[in-house]
Design a protein around this ligand. Structure first.
Ligand code: GAL
Length: 580
């Protein structure tokens, strides 16, 4: 546990945007950070316009002062490359590098994330500003980590994107014949006779081609990864021993396969903003992040002191910030970070509270932030042991993308909802689950749930078979196994690739000894899925780590920790369960 560089224990802090405040406020900021126990802040995430006010001319003086001030207060810096928000001059100088939507609208600067990741001008400008930052701050004692970009996820449909997509497709398929075959070009006269005819999925008359849409998402993921890699290489050149990461954003709309990206980051980092059911959503996001990290520690890079519920932004209830933070820590996070340190006065997110809210230090939120900062160091020993999980829920971004295609049996299909339900039932039943890809080593799990895994490769299907043959239990739900990697239906009967393993064709079922394989042929309510798995829903969150147990009572009644204390509503305990 020795990184981010110079932080031996758990990280605590958030996005810090000093450029939004006069310098007098900076001194108060670092004093309050010390009071709250903050040891890491992400700086410069959206600072490009301040760092490079006109093309090729740089102003680092203000950032020098910020880093020196933080260093003086013992706060380390997760320094961002600001490429998620190019300055106004960039779009005027390079209109061809602004985002084009699927319907052909070219966007204008005025928000953030308005660029095409395939545009040469954007790629060059990104690498340049990353290089300038690295040159300036290599050797700065506050520099602990690089925060590349922010929440990769912006796609574009312009001609640059089209050209790059064709190059990517040539790499994947080699020949046009292979592409036509993979995209079922024989359907609706979509056979391409030259590469120039191949397009991104721009707005079209009726249902788009699902294989084209799926490949475009794969392409965007790889294209953004190339952008990340370029910056990481520049940063490495100047600061070889400073780790680099980027904050993953969760959501069905995100065309990023975070599992593939995880290996390219030095530390997996995720942002998490729960909505309807914060405890369960938090447990799911954290278990997903741990899966991406392959069991290694990961870092909650952003959370909020408020909850978004669609139309409303609600302050977290007393103690809720701590409880949800504890859930992240119990599930492997290397610390807790917030968006953001101090709530902004203006700009597009003025109602988004911060660790220091608009009310200032004399506020319930800041008091809770200070209490949490004091609590974290006491958890460090418990966090050395790995998280124990006896069950797994399978998750594959590509399967989710494929299930968003048109022409499926129901428009009500929702991959994330299906996976979260499977996870929720285990969670409420007191089972800690890893959320992993179908290709993962499943040998450590007694129980593996496979919710709505529409698309699966032959190799991954074989992996599920090995799990069952090794004595494990597999629970597969509706629509799993149906399609191949080109989103083409496997003929011969559903569930396609899993038909033989499950012994199911239409209504027939053959349990396979020595393992147990069950096929759930419909979307069950939670209560029924719990009953099927023999679990009792409970608001008591229990996570075992070696001889340690984290217990958090998210409910309104007292809860008994097995072999432990009676927890009051909202209470928690971190204690040794087993000796030796
Ligand atoms: C995150 C983003 C932050 C901030 C936050 C609050 O997704 O990374 O920059 O916008 O949401 O809305």
């Amino acid at each position: 546990m020795d990184w981010p560089k110079g932080i031996g224990g758990l990280c605590y802090g958030g996005d810090y945007n000093p450029e939004q405040w006069p310098e007098e406020v900076w001194k108060e900021d670092v004093a309050l950070m010390r009071r709250a126990g903050v040891n890491l802040v992400s700086v410069g995430v959206f600072s490009w316009a301040r760092l490079e006010p006109s093309p090729g001319s740089y102003d680092f003086a203000w950032l020098d002062r910020v880093l020196d001030l933080l260093h003086g207060a013992g706060v380390r810096v997760n320094l961002a490359t600001p490429t998620a928000s190019p300055p106004p001059w960039f779009g005027l100088a390079h209109p061809d590098a602004l985002t084009v939507t699927a319907d052909g609208t070219r966007l204008t600067h005025g928000s953030r994330d308005t660029y095409c990741v395939s545009a040469p001008a954007y790629r060059e400008a990104s690498a340049r500003i990353a290089g300038e930052l690295a040159r300036r701050y290599r050797g700065h004692p506050a520099l602990a980590m690089w925060h590349v970009h922010n929440e990769y996820g912006t796609g574009c449909h312009c001609d640059h994107a089209a050209a790059a997509f064709r190059t990517w497709l040539r790499g994947r398929y080699g020949t046009l014949d292979a592409l036509n075959d993979a995209w079922t070009g024989s359907f609706w006269s979509q056979h391409h006779s030259a590469w120039e005819q191949v397009m991104p999925p721009r707005a079209t008359q009726y249902l788009p081609n699902p294989a084209q849409t799926l490949d475009f998402r794969r392409f965007l993921s790889d294209e953004m990864l190339a952008h990340f890699r370029e910056q990481k290489a520049v940063l490495r050149e100047h600061t070889p021993d400073v780790p680099a990461t980027t904050n993953f954003v969760l959501g069905d709309w995100v065309p990023v396969d975070h599992r593939r990206w995880a290996a390219e980051t030095d530390l997996v980092a995720v942002d998490h903003y729960p909505a309807a059911d914060p405890p369960q959503e938090t447990a799911f996001a954290a278990d997903l992040a741990r899966g991406w990290a392959g069991g290694r520690p990961w870092l909650l890079m952003e959370q909020a002191v408020v909850t978004y519920t669609g139309p409303r932004m609600i302050a977290k209830r007393p103690g809720e910030i701590t409880r949800l933070s504890l859930s992240h820590i119990a599930r492997g996070s290397r610390g807790v970070m917030f968006f953001q340190w101090r709530a902004s006065r203006g700009g597009a997110e003025p109602r988004h509270a911060g660790m220091v809210p608009h009310a200032g230090e004399d506020s319930r939120i800041f008091r809770e932030i200070t209490e949490l900062g004091a609590l974290l160091p006491s958890l460090e020993e418990a966090c050395r042991a790995p998280v124990e999980a006896g069950a797994a829920v399978l998750w594959d971004a590509e399967a989710g993308w494929a299930l968003q295609a048109p022409g499926l049996p129901s428009t009500g299909l929702d991959y994330t909802r299906a996976v979260r339900q499977a996870h929720r039932v285990l969670y409420r039943g007191g089972v800690t689950a890893d959320v992993v890809h179908p290709s993962a080593d499943l040998s450590a799990y007694r129980l593996v749930l496979v919710p709505a895994l529409y698309l699966i490769s032959d190799d991954d299907a074989a992996n599920l078979r090995r799990h069952v043959e090794g004595g494990g239990t597999l629970v597969v739900t509706y629509l799993s196994g149906v399609a191949d990697l080109c989103a083409r239906v496997r003929t011969g009967g559903y569930p396609g690739a899993l038909r033989d393993l499950l012994g199911v064709r239409v209504e027939e079922s053959h349990p396979l000894p020595p393992g147990t394989a069950l096929y759930v042929s419909t979307r069950l309510p939670d209560a029924d899925l719990s009953r099927l798995l023999g679990l009792e829903p409970s608001p008591l969150e229990l996570v075992r780590r070696g001889e340690w147990v984290f217990a958090v009572n998210h409910g309104d009644d007292e809860q008994q920790v097995p072999d432990g204390p009676l927890l009051p509503p909202g209470g928690y305990a971190v204690r040794r369960a087993r000796q030796g």
